[in-house]
Design a protein around this ligand. Sequence first.
Ligand code: ZN
Length: 430
Amino acid sequence: MLRRLSSRQLIVLYDESKEKMPLPQRAEWLNQRLRKQLRFAYSHAPAVKKKFDHAGVSPRAIRGIGDLERLPVTTKDDLVKLQQADPPFGGLLAVPLNSLGRIYVSPGPIYDAWGAERVTAAVRGFVRMGVPKPGDIVMVSTAYHMVPAGLFMTDALDVLGCTVVPAGIGQTELQVKILHDLKATAIFSFPSFTMTILKKAEEMGYDIKRDFNLKFTTGGGERHIQILRKVFEDKYGLLVGDGYATADIGAVAYDCGLGQGYHYDDQECIIEIVDPQTGKQVRPLEEGEIVVTLFSKVYPLVRFGTGDLASYTDEPCPCGRTAPRITRILGMIGEHVRVKGMFVHMKEVDEAFSKLPEVLKYQLVLKLDGHKDQITLNAETEPGVDRKSLSQAINQRCQEVFKLRMDTIEFLPRGTLPLEFKKVLDTRWT
Ligand SMILES: [Zn+2]
């Protein structure tokens, strides 16, 4: 268990006046810190130095956020390659390996370096939101192995001074019992699993508002939080904390509670929305990739391309914060897709099916069923194939390689899929 912060330390952690700085002051504050951060990254992370040197740019030449365009974007694929060529962190780590509190592994595989600064950022987010509070009983219903989900949240809740129930995923009925018996005040999970737990509780005869002590839940990890958020708020009276985060960079943008998009977290990073082809910053409400430069003394990523497509607005927010907001996550670019909270690389999909020769051609169709992601596999096979045993083999293989099962498998005769087809057809945001 990590050391709890005192109430005085918690107050110091969060300074709202910084978030409501007038725009010119904000720009100067960010540019100043960016210059300092880039000098640090250049001298402490060999891969960052290489990136500057290859581009023929000196850290001194970057005076502000606009100048970042002179540097290339490091994509998620680049990160995989860097890490493979120079394991484990590809020359991006600025501290000795054994000084890291946690090393997570996310699909790719990608090693994720998480210093204490990430935990502090999450705690600051709790203080900003006002929930959970020290003394809250929080059921953490998300994965605890490899990925920075359950354990990371537990770390942050420890520091805040909450009581954590590390429930993990699955065993929904038991989770309902825990929630009830321990009078938990919050669930931390993917929104769709939280919804599954609440629905199960109702099936078991409970009234959430009457029989539970639940006040708060989290969003994130899934696109359809906007749909679920209303249900959590209106039907169950829950506060919903939401933000934008990835395993590589942590939480970098947050919802101020007004549902107006995700404010850039200026304490933690610089966010740019850029044209994925040119790397140039786009204008408000234009589509582009979310690119992040971290203010990190541990893992100082510079212009890291998340692969998420979004747009932003700099219109004033009623909350008074001046940081721009990511308005909407529009999908993913390139070779990745996020489904059921998991990040899946196309190469992993190919790898899974490379060992299933009975499947001649395949296509994953992603749909939204109410609040849940659904995966349908269209599989072309020869006639007479044993569908039952092949279905089992497919699910076993997919689970092994990218940790997901198919919800539906449609067997199609050879030649059904068109000549030109997408191996992953994402229909969730169209
Ligand atoms: Zn706001």
